[in-house]
Design a protein around this ligand. Sequence first.
Ligand code: ACO
Length: 335
Amino acid sequence: MYTSKIAGLGAYVPENIVTNDDLSKMMDTNDAWIQERTGIKERRHIKKGDGNSTAKMGVKAAKIALERAGLTPKDIDLIVFATLSPDYYFPGCGVQVQEMLDMRTIPALDVRNQCSGFVYAISTADQFIKTGMYKNVLVIGSENHSGGLDMTTRSRNVSVIFGDGAGAAVLTKAANDEGGILSTHLHSEGEHAMELSLEGPSTERWVPEIIAENPQENIPYYPYMNGQFVFKNAVVRFAEVINEGLEANGLTAKDINMLIPHQANLRISQFVQKQFRLSDDQVYNNIQKYGNTTAASIPIALTEAWEEGKINKGDLVVLAAFGSGFTWGSAIIRW
Ligand code: ACO
C-alpha cells in the first residue's frame, strides 16, 4: 500500500506591500478597525507591470517546491491548480503552468473551491497517488484578488480582507510507514452559495446585462460577502471537519502538533484554537502579513511554518479550510 507525502513546499508573494493606512487613503476605513476585526496589518497586491499573474505567481512558488523536493518539472505526472481568480475565464491556470515549466503533456486540472481550494486540491492529488495512477503531483494555490476588488467604501468589508500570493506543494508516492497524508475530508453546502460570491460576468449575467443594470447601483462584478453569516458558519464547520479527521484516524485534539487553518480572519482562527484548547505555538497564523489569500493561504502558511522549523518529522499536522460555496475540508498529515 502506498500513501502520499509532501516532499517540497514553496511560496511566493508580490513585493508590493499595502498597509491598512494605504487602504484608508482609498476608502473610509482605518488601521484600528481592520486589525481589531480581522487581525490583518498588511497584504500584498500585484502592481501593474511587476510581471505577476495568478499563473505566474503559482509557477514561482512551484519552482521552489520542486527544488526542495529534489525533482524537476519533467518528474511531475499531474498538475492540480486551485484558484478563484484565474488569469482567464478559460482555459485554466493549470495548462499555463504546464507550458511555463516546459513540462511533459501531463494532465492539468483546475480546482474551483475558493478558500477550501487547496484542501480539495491536496485531496485530489492524494487519491491519484494512493490508487497508484501517478507518482508525483504538483499542487498549487494562487490568487490575484487585487485585480478584482472594489477599492471604494461600498465594498470595504470585503476589500480590506483579501491579498495576493501563491503557495505550492509537491506530493509524492511514499511507503505507508513513511507517514504522509492520513486522510482528507471534504464537504459542501450550495444552499449558501450566494452568501460569498462573485456573480458576474458569468454565463448567468454577461457584461451587457450588467451594464444595462446600471453598475453604479448594482455591482455583481465585485465580490459580495455576508460577513457575519460566513463567520458563524466558518467556526462551526472548522470544528466539525477537524473533529471528523481526528476521529477517522483514532486521534484527539491532544495529538495535534500544528494546526494550519485557512487564513480567513484571525478571529476565526483564535476561536477554533480555543475550541480545541491549543496553545499559540500549535496554531500557525500569518494573516497579519498577507490578508486572506484564499486558495493560497494554507500553502503559504504551511511553507512558512516549515521554514521556521515549526513542523518536524513525526508531527501531526492538520490543515482545515472553510469558504465560499460553502465548501470546507480538512487534511490530517503525519509529517
Ligand atoms: N472599515 C471600517 N468600517 C467598516 C469596514 C471597514 N473596512 N467594513 C465594515 N465596516 C463597518 C460597517 O459598515 C458597519 O458599520 P455600521 O455598524 O455603522 O453599519 C460595522 O463596521 C460593522 O460591520 P459588519 O459587517 O457587521 O462587521 P463585522 O464585525 O461582521 O466584521 C468582517 C466584518 C471582518 C468581514 C467579519 O464579518 C468577518 O470576518 N467575517 C468572516 C469573513 C471571512 O472569513 N471571509 C472569508 C471567508 S473565505 C472565502 O471563501 C473567500
